[in-house]
Design a binder for this molecule. Structure first.
Ligand SMILES: *Cc1c(COP(=O)(O)O)cnc(C)c1O
Length: 388
């Protein structure tokens, strides 16, 4: 099986790997600090009545946060980016663009937290939802109602890593005056740039690959639409769930190594997917590109997430107990390899019939592949998959 395992980070001008490292380097004009200073100040002295330094109060703006947001907008090829206290805060901010009475269509395989936000919280504000297979354009079009304002999708989906054609979804949405929002957490701009494919908004849990070290929570939103950017600025400042100066710095620092981390994680993932595919205890390997709905040219690589189902349900729990290098924990995208049991963890809140229909059952495990030596990861999985 031919697999493309390296993201080029293709774009105009400097390559993305270069721009990632350069993030913030020229930001601090006052001292030339190469690492952006952490401006740990809630407020700013005004020189005189009617005059400011450009900074008033940190909920409104903060130099460290501004360095992050400007750097990230450039990486994403967006006019504007906003940072938030978590990925869920970023998705909440996007949903605050809606009004009572609006309807949102979501991919049926959506992050569990997004499902809760929509159906447990925003439903109280009279925002309604439908869940569809966003890879099926006829089903998507049929789900569009007169009051549909937005479609939110993840591609690849989680945990089954199925790809939807983002450009096709965006085109369909545009013809119905519906916003396309892509949660690009699993790919990052290094591998996939939804705004270039026609999406109106791209959102991230920067907690995952962008931060990359399992040490922070953060969310990002980027857009080229100036009207949406204006509304998001009001929401970010008014609702106040901004990213702190410390976390802004930590995220900027983490992002610098995104290209090397992603290359290594993806290479490890490609090799593990291939190896798991031939393993006697493994029934199916889910890996972008192994699945039917792959979209040619959409992403520069498959990413570093693998899901796999075992032939025997009893073995799934034993595997997570026996692993010694790979940690049994929720979350993904960091340098440390993590294994998740979606049925009991990340997707426990999904309606049982949806889980059943999609194949998120007791035999499914999800692996977020880190940067460890591939031989140790493989040996760890081999011993864990061996019946004692
Ligand atoms: C983790 C995650 C989120 C939520 O992000 P937090 O930073 O945990 O709030 C949203 N979408 C996807 C795809 C995620 O993996």
């Amino acid at each position: 099986m031919e697999k493309k395992c390296f993201g080029s980070g293709a774009g105009t001008g400097q390559k993305l790997a270069t721009r990632l490292v350069q993030s913030g380097v020229r930001f601090d004009q006052a001292t030339g600090a190469v690492s952006v200073p952490i401006y740990q100040s809630a407020t700013y002295r005004h020189p005189a009545p009617g005059e400011t330094t450009g900074f008033d109060y940190t909920r409104i703006n903060n130099p460290t946060r501004e360095a992050l947001e400007e750097s990230f907008a450039a990486l994403e090829g967006a006019k504007t980016a906003f940072s938030f206290a978590s990925g869920m805060a970023a998705i909440t901010a996007v949903m605050m663009l809606l009004e009572a009475g609006d309807h949102v269509i979501l991919g049926e395989e959506i992050y569990g937290g997004t499902y809760k936000l929509m159906d447990w919280i925003l439903s109280k504000y009279n925002i309604s939802t439908s869940y569809v297979d966003v890879g099926d354009s006829a089903a998507l079009e049929a789900a569009i109602l007169p009051n549909t304002r937005a479609v939110l999708l993840e591609s690849p989906s989680n945990p089954l890593l199925r790809s939807a054609d983002i450009a096709a979804v965006a085109k369909l949405c545009k013809s119905h005056r519906v916003l396309t929002v892509v949660d690009n957490t699993l790919m990052t701009p290094y591998l996939q740039r939804p705004l270039e494919l026609g999406a109106d908004l791209v959102v991230y849990s920067a907690t995952k690959f962008l931060g990359g070290h399992n040490d922070l929570l953060a969310g990002l939103v980027a857009t080229n639409n100036q009207r949406l950017a204006g509304d998001l600025a009001v929401i970010q400042q008014g609702a106040g769930f901004v990213l702190s100066p410390q976390e802004s710095w930590l995220l900027l620092r983490g992002m610098k190594t995104l290209a090397v981390r992603m290359d290594r994680q993806q290479e490890n993932a490609c090799r593990l997917a291939e190896w798991l595919n031939g393993h006697r205890e493994v029934e199916t390997v889910y890996f972008p590109g192994y699945n039917e709905v792959e979209v040619p040219g959409q992403a520069d690589g498959p990413g570093a997430m693998i899901s796999f189902s075992l032939k025997d349900a009893a073995l799934a729990k034993e595997v997570v107990n026996r692993l010694q290098v790979i940690t049994f924990a929720e979350s993904l995208g960091g340098v440390e390899s993590l294994i998740t049991y979606p049925y009991l963890q990340t997707h426990a809140d999904m309606p049982p019939e949806t889980r059943q229909r999609l194949g998120i059952h007791e035999r499914l495990l999800r692996l977020s592949v880190g940067i460890e030596d591939i031989s140790d990861l493989q040996a760890d999985l081999e011993q864990a998959l061996t019946r004692k």
